[in-house]
Design a protein around this ligand. Structure first.
Ligand SMILES: *Cc1c(COP(=O)(O)O)cnc(C)c1O
Length: 394
């Protein structure tokens, strides 16, 4: 049958005004990358986040932001980086590529994100950094995580790829850690034409080398020149972090994406608030269905990037539910974030062992409902109705 509600690869629709911003950029922007829209986006983003001007840098996606964060850690052989096993692969592999040993940590049973207790359990004297992932758009308890880590001189990197606009006691996700990564991928609540990202860097010294790391190591010559083309138009150099080489790449984000990103910041709170209202009414509508356990959060701590539930009746019941929803009702739910230690990539690196029972259990029983912002109210009502009916049939 035709799929009535697909698990969409795209989260939002653009307004005509947003389309016009991109069109205008196509007509007139010079250059098409690294121009005024980049600076506008970065400034507006920093101000939205409530962080210092000059601390946010746009990049071509969230993974690049995490690659940069890994490069800025100054990782030495033997250093460990703690990452939840229940997350997307980009939370982890940039740190492994930068030379760290990945150490898996579990998520909390009720929230599906890390907390100070799950992190503390796997900390060692070799821990260099912790990646705190705000998975599904639910913000981890950053004050207690930062306290724990900074007491032990451990860096905190927030993977806020799914958490734009989330707040903990009025402070934004991605403003607590030493660094933070954001994604503007097609799936995310704010998307810049499918790809895009941002990195926040708290440390002023580390900030200075970000433009260079993001753009091939390009920098100015450290002396006055008589002719602007001698010895070359510009210099390239090799930046260092704590005495370790940080390798450059090209992670730049184009002007059209930046112009659109800046424009979308005007509306991201209303996108998130609408998703939260919708999630709460969906969850409350299923209050009589104890088989599905949702995380219910009324504050901006959750932006409901994704709407997920645990099936209390186990994996088989979950799979039957998914099949009926898809084949009989045309509703395509998903199962997300297989614990990374189960993937071939990490097995080949000797990282297949993990003691993360809460993340394992959640993955084996979880259901992720289609929840893009462009669903109609009618679609959501239909999905709630069919969910109830399917649970009765189980
Ligand atoms: C989307 C995502 C990323 C990667 O972002 P891209 O922009 O797709 O590279 C990293 N971590 C998490 C948790 C994500 O959801």
């Amino acid at each position: 049958m035709e799929c009535r509600i697909p698990f969409s690869g795209r989260s939002i629709r653009y307004t005509e005004e947003e389309v016009a911003v991109v069109a205008e950029c196509m007509r007139s922007a010079v250059p098409l990358t690294q121009g005024r829209f980049l600076h506008e986006f970065e400034q507006k983003f920093a101000s939205y986040q409530g962080v210092e001007e000059g601390s946010c840098f746009a990049v071509c996606n969230g993974t690049c932001a995490l690659e940069l964060a890994a490069a800025l850690c100054g990782i030495r052989p033997g250093d460990e980086v703690i990452v939840p096993s229940h997350t997307f692969t980009s939370s982890a592999y940039p740190f492994q590529k930068a030379g760290a040993k990945i150490v898996w940590c579990d998520v909390a049973e009720d929230t599906h994100v890390v907390d100070a207790a799950t992190i503390a359990r796997v900390m060692t004297p070799k821990t260099k950094a912790v990646v705190a992932v705000h998975l599904y758009g639910y913000m981890a308890d950053m004050p207690s995580i930062v306290n724990l880590c900074h007491e032990k001189n451990v860096l905190v990197i927030e993977d806020a790829a799914q958490a734009i606009g989330c707040e903990f006691h009025g402070r934004k996700a991605g403003s607590f850690g030493d660094m933070a990564a954001f994604s503007f991928h097609s799936h995310k609540n704010l998307t810049t034409l499918g790809e895009g990202g941002m990195i926040y860097v708290q440390d002023k010294l580390k900030r200075q080398i970000v433009p260079m790391l993001r753009h091939n190591g390009h920098c100015a010559f450290p002396y006055e020149r008589k002719d602007y083309w001698k010895p070359a138009m510009g210099n390239v150099d090799l930046p260092m972090v704590d005495g370790r080489t940080a390798w450059p790449a090209n992670y730049c984000l184009g002007e059209a994406e930046c112009a659109l990103g800046a424009k979308l910041l005007d509306r991201i709170d209303s996108i998130n608030d609408a998703k939260r209202q919708r999630a709460l009414s969906f969850i409350d509508g299923l209050a009589d269905c104890p088989e599905l356990v949702f995380l219910r959060e009324e504050t901006r701590r959750h932006n409901y990037h994704l709407l997920v539930a645990a099936m209390t009746k186990g994996t088989e019941a979950r799979d039957t539910f998914m099949r009926i929803m898809y084949h009989e009702h045309g509703i395509q739910c998903a199962v997300q974030y297989m614990p990374l230690n189960r993937y071939d990539y990490y097995a080949r690196l000797g990282l297949s062992e993990a003691s993360c029972p809460a993340g394992d259990r959640f993955f084996d029983t979880m259901i992720s409902f289609p929840f893009h912002a462009s669903l109609s109210d009618e679609d959501v009502a239909y999905m709630a109705d069919r969910t109830k009916q399917t649970l009765l049939e189980l």
